[in-house]
Design a binder for this molecule. Structure first.
Ligand SMILES: [Zn+2]
Ligand SMILES: [Zn+2]
Length: 154
């Protein structure tokens, strides 16, 4: 009996969350997991109550959309808001985290990063991850494989 693996399941969850992104620059999803339980999730979006980029266009400054909170940050902030410890947790992200998110991930005590797609992969971010002893592993996501599981007859 073929079952979906935990890694595939959590990475699929991050890709589902990415579908909720409100900034069209990049659809990113992040899922924070501890002991095979999802403790938080996030996607690229505006601060609560703010307009959405998909409705009014991005707010660009120096080539970046300054309206958006990144998916990883949103997931970490959900932990902070709910009082859930992210220490020793794992994060599943659709894209390799940017430098700022990498710093926050390290500081929040996350110990492993799974990502599906390379995205700039900032050299300094990689240096910091290596220095902190945080593992990062690319696990490509296959929507077709998930679709097979979903359409398989019971
Ligand atoms: Zn935007
Ligand atoms: Zn980021």
């Amino acid at each position: 009996m073929d079952r979906i693996k935990w890694d595939e399941y959590f990475m699929a969850q991050s890709h589902l969350l990415a579908l909720r992104s409100t900034c069209q620059r990049l659809s990113v999803g992040a899922t924070i997991v501890k002991d095979n339980r999802i403790i938080a999730g996030g996607y690229n979006g505006s601060v609560a109550g703010e307009v959405h980029c998909i409705d009014v266009g991005c707010l660009i400054e120096d080539g970046h959309c300054i309206r958006t909170i990144h998916a990883e940050m949103n997931a970490l902030l959900q932990c902070a808001k709910q009082g859930v410890s992210s220490d020793n947790a794992t994060i599943y992200v659709t894209h390799f985290p940017c430098l700022n998110c990498t710093k926050s991930i390290i500081q929040a005590g996350i110990k492993k990063i799974y990502y599906a797609k390379d995205y700039h992969n900032h050299k300094y971010a990689i240096k910091l991850l290596n220095q902190a002893g945080i593992e990062y592993e690319k696990i490509p996501f296959s929507a077709n494989k998930i679709a097979e599981f979903l359409t398989k007859e019971c």
